[in-house]
Design a protein. Structure first.
Length: 142
């Protein structure tokens, strides 16, 4: 059995079936229970400096702070680098009125539970943390 929040392309599994050689399968695409229109925002800033430059962390932290003030927290802030995650978390610690949670400070499931139960919480994590969240959510839905 395969379950995932991201295996389907469009409305089916033809792409993944061809990639792994499955011809005869029983499959089902379930609708998302998540209201993306009113509960999600994706922001990709067009004008931040290259992440490898020394100026990046300060400018990214400032932009993240502004977005979190607009959304009143309630966010995953995802990084591809542990070093940048930690640096930006440290820059924002004490700058925001929202509870800030950091990957690595507690087990993943404990952080997720605290995030879920804490109003306006902000969770700083890496993309690998998020991939685990999506895997767990898809496994629970199956």
């Amino acid at each position: 059995m395969l379950t995932s929040a991201t295996l389907a392309v469009g409305s089916g599994f033809e792409y993944i079936r061809k990639r792994i050689g499955l011809d005869y399968v029983r499959e089902s695409v379930l609708p998302s229970h998540f209201d993306y229109q009113s509960q999600a925002m994706l922001y990709v800033p067009p004008d931040l400096p290259d992440p490898r430059t020394p100026q990046f962390a300060a400018k990214a932290a400032d932009r993240i702070r502004k977005i979190l003030e607009i959304t009143r927290g309630r966010a995953f802030v995802l990084f591809t680098s542990y070093a940048q995650m930690n640096e930006i978390y440290q820059r924002l610690l004490g700058e925001l009125e929202f509870p800030l949670l950091l990957q690595g400070d507690a087990p993943k499931m404990a952080l997720l539970e605290e995030f879920r139960l804490t109003p306006n919480a902000v969770l700083f994590a890496t993309s690998s943390f998020w991939q685990g969240v999506m895997y767990r959510a898809s496994s629970l839905a199956a």
